[in-house]
Design a binder for this molecule. Structure first.
Ligand SMILES: [Zn+2]
Ligand SMILES: [Zn+2]
Length: 354
């Protein structure tokens, strides 16, 4: 085709913006669907007669293509079944190429790099920006689907949120609610351990909201942007894995939790128990360093010595014959998280629309 687009698979084309301006040529090639990844939609008259989908995205490191990825891949699949589909952006090199590579990864079971070189062979100018390459790697790690409950995806989303808040692009409340709705971050049902306040022993959150990071590294998997090198004194010495592990153990980094709402609408501050106001830790939206040296952003950190871990299966049964328990025998409080107003669960329907 002489409209700056190339066939990648049967019924799938990748190109620049020239295609839609030559709709007769597109039609003659059997194209029925157009997917635009641009900063503005195409004029209606250009896409008349085509099935059309527009996704707003700039070709920037921070642009989040994963949020719309599933929608795009469904549209491509539908387009290929009903006719042919053109995926395009301005140049057909970065944004649209990223979507097409993700499609190949899923449809043809290719790894990211394999799909990238496959597309480059059909269209040599293909060159997704570094942020998109990282998103494709995450897509691969999630099994070629956007899994909003995947830990790495939750970290990625949080970090994107921190960047938006820091740059003043988003207000705290709106974005928190939006994130909550989009990712169901607070509704995971993987209750293995409840973490309780050390004073009044009511549940504060579930183990599943605790986020991990790469120990002792100045740049963390948590932080997709701030590549802050560790100070020389914090560089990981050899054979000190155990020591790093111990340092990491001092803090728990968690996702923002329902009861924090209303208290984390500043760049940084203290976190205290919503019931008894005991000091539990602190938060810094732009990130802080774990004692092990890793940079974590955003950082909602709870001091481990201020909370207790309660393992439901470790609870000893109450002996039948006893009418009262000896004073030293304290049962941990285990509350059904689905019905627990103090815990991490929140009714999605009660949230206002963002
Ligand atoms: Zn650490
Ligand atoms: Zn408390």
């Amino acid at each position: 085709m002489d409209v700056n687009c190339d066939a990648v698979l049967d019924n799938l084309y990748l190109g620049g913006i020239q295609g839609p301006f030559n709709s007769e040529i597109l039609r003659s090639q059997g194209i029925t669907h157009i997917l635009s990844i641009l900063d503005r939609p195409l004029l209606a008259e250009l896409v008349e007669g085509f099935k059309y989908k527009f996704i707003y995205a700039l070709d920037l490191y921070d642009t989040d293509l994963l949020q719309d990825m599933e929608e795009c891949l469904e549209f491509i699949e539908q387009g290929r079944q009903e006719g042919s589909v053109l995926v395009h952006c301005q140049a057909g090199a970065s944004r649209s190429a990223t979507i097409v590579i993700a499609y190949l990864m899923r449809a043809c079971h290719m790894a990211r790099d394999e799909a990238l070189s496959f597309v480059k062979k059909q269209r040599p100018i293909v060159n997704p920006n570094q942020g998109f390459l990282e998103q494709l790697q995450l897509f691969e790690n999630m099994g070629c689907r956007v899994d909003r409950s995947h830990e790495e995806f939750r970290m990625y989303t949080l970090n994107k949120l921190a960047i938006r808040i820091k740059s003043g692009l988003a207000s705290f409340c709106t974005q928190l609610l939006l994130m909550c709705r989009k990712n169901f971050i607070w509704f995971t049902k993987l209750t293995v351990v409840n973490i309780t306040c050390f004073i009044h022993r009511r549940p504060l959150f579930r183990q599943s909201v605790v986020l991990s990071h790469k120990k002792g590294e100045g740049e963390s998997a948590f932080d997709w942007r701030s590549k802050i090198p560790p100070k020389a004194s914090e560089m990981k010495p050899e054979n000190l894995e155990a020591e790093l592990e111990a340092k990491c153990d001092i803090s728990l980094f968690v996702e923002p939790i329902e009861w924090m709402k209303g208290k984390i609408e500043h760049m940084e501050g203290k976190l205290s128990c919503p019931k008894c106001s005991a000091k539990l830790g602190s938060f810094v939206w732009y990130g802080e360093r774990c004692p092990c040296g890793a940079w974590v952003a955003p950082a909602f950190h709870i001091q481990r010595n201020k909370v207790d871990e309660v393992k439901p299966h470790a609870v000893a049964p109450i002996p039948q014959q006893r009418t009262s328990l000896p004073p030293s025998y304290q049962l941990p409080v285990v509350v059904d998280p689905e019905n627990d107003v103090d815990g991490a669960s929140v009714d999605v329907n009660s949230l206002p629309l963002a």
